[in-house]
Design a protein around this ligand. Structure first.
Ligand code: SAM
Length: 146
């Protein structure tokens, strides 16, 4: 059910990540600006990743974390409200022959986990897309899975 007052997380705020040019430019600029390898290593260590784990990532973007995490766990569920981001990340997964990522169009407020345990939920540089009130709702939804 959709409520008038509810935050519509499918609406792009700021950069339009439904535009493939923005997606490509985001991906290449992040490769230059960030030490993604080091970031990923830190997160994987923090969540104590294991071969039998299922991980959910919110706001997966161009998939750099999901692609790395998939090497060390059973399944990554990569969630994003932008279908274009997901298509791009999926293309990268195919080109690297990574098959244990489920790409899911949804968001912090609308993703419904269907079946199976979740061992870790992670998100990087995505929660700021929500207003403060809806950030709390998102965190409560995440916490309710623990
Ligand atoms: C700045 S990018 C970060 C991507 C990636 N996590 C990274 O570290 O490079 C933010 C991503 O969050 C997604 N996003 C925005 N609002 C969202 C929401 N409510 N739920 C899930 N993803 C969302 C955007 O589509 C975009 O892919």
């Amino acid at each position: 059910m959709k409520y008038e007052w509810a935050f519509d997380e499918t609406k792009q705020i700021g950069i339009d990540y439904t535009d493939i040019k923005q997606v490509q430019s985001y991906d290449s600029s992040m490769q230059k600006l960030r030490d993604i390898k080091n970031e990923n290593e830190g997160i994987l260590k923090d969540i104590n990743i294991s071969k039998d784990h299922t991980i959910v990532e919110f706001g997966t973007g161009t998939g750099e974390f999901a692609l790395e995490a998939a090497k060390y766990c059973s399944k990554v569920i990569a969630v994003d409200i932008s279908k274009e981001m997901l298509r791009y990340a999926e293309m990268k997964a195919k080109s690297r022959n990574i098959k244990n990522i489920e790409f899911c169009n949804g968001g912090f407020l609308t993703y419904e986990h269907k079946a199976g345990n979740i061992d870790s939920i992670i998100s990087q540089l995505a929660l700021h897309h929500l207003t403060d009130f809806w950030k709390i709702i998102a965190l409560k939804r995440i916490y309710s899975r623990s």
